[in-house]
Design a protein around this ligand. Sequence first.
Ligand code: KG4
Ligand code: ZN
Length: 341
Amino acid sequence: MNRDLITLGIETSCDDTAVALLRGENEILSDLTLSQTAAHSPFGGVLPELASRKHQEAIIPLIREALSGAGLSPRDAGLIAVTAGPGLMGSLLVGVMTAKALSQGWNVPLIGVNHLEGHMFANVLAHPDLKPPFLCLVVSGGHTEMISARANRDYVLLGSTRDDAAGEAYDKAAKLLGLGYPGGPAIERSAAGGDGGAFAFPIGMKGTKEVEFSFSGVKTSLRTLVERMKANGDEIPVADICASFQRAVTEALLSKASLAVRKTGVRKIALSGGVAANTALREGLTELGDANGWEVFLPPKSYCTDNALMIAAAGYAAYSAGERSDLSLAPDPDWSAWRES
Ligand code: KG4
Ligand code: ZN
């Protein structure tokens, strides 16, 4: 393990173009993210074709900016880590092709990183003491998965969502309420002024004996409620609906966190992915941990949503474990880093 190695991280799996420079395991030299939210929000979600075009425009200038901002030149980079999946094909292609070209041109080793393993590494960045075995609840716009990290880079999937991901549910609920995209932060803001007990939305998979999730029920229930109120000419109590929705989603996640701890006996749990920025979820997991004697790890909010630091950190760990990618590296929109238990 070379602790002075500088890793260039590149992340373009969805709608954020992100570049980071990391020295060793967790010394941050640069962390840049160019959000495409303004371009996509009129459409209420991410338009894949638009996303790849925007990445294409942004990626090289952003890499230049990261290097110059850190006072570095290409010859200082010792490793290039790039998200190779899962994600949108057109978006992933921009990052992967750029990384391959730079790896060849600069004569620097290349490593393809799994985006969700990257999300897990947002925790390692902030808490270098976090070592397996631990559990990690990955909650993003595309995934809701409970992972058991058994050993370094050995991950078992304990369970996932049967339908929508938690972030997707937030985004769809926000769209139904006319709150814009991305939905999670908008719902959280509105929920702050509402009563979480106002509406009893269903809690997906509550009481089942499996670590599994479902968020389509709560979404449908919210839609039915809003449609009924609109048909009756009622004023929509947006803040109360948001607070109640957030409570139902959070409870569903927390109840399965408890189940995963009971099933595995592992009393160390980390949170990651965009929804990990949600304060109700962070506080709920912290309280559960305090009450039950678990260690809880939360990444700083800024590392929860997509960023390239987490990709650089995961890439550095893989490289230190002896992994390498070659120029045959290709994006895999469905890549899973987990094995089934
Ligand atoms: O991890 P991420 O940035 O991108 C994916 O890999 O999907 O996650 C984005 C998701 C979106 O669905 C967004 O609505 C949700 O994370 N999100 C939140 C919050 N911030 C972002 N959900 C709830 N509360 C938040 N504060
Ligand atoms: Zn993500």
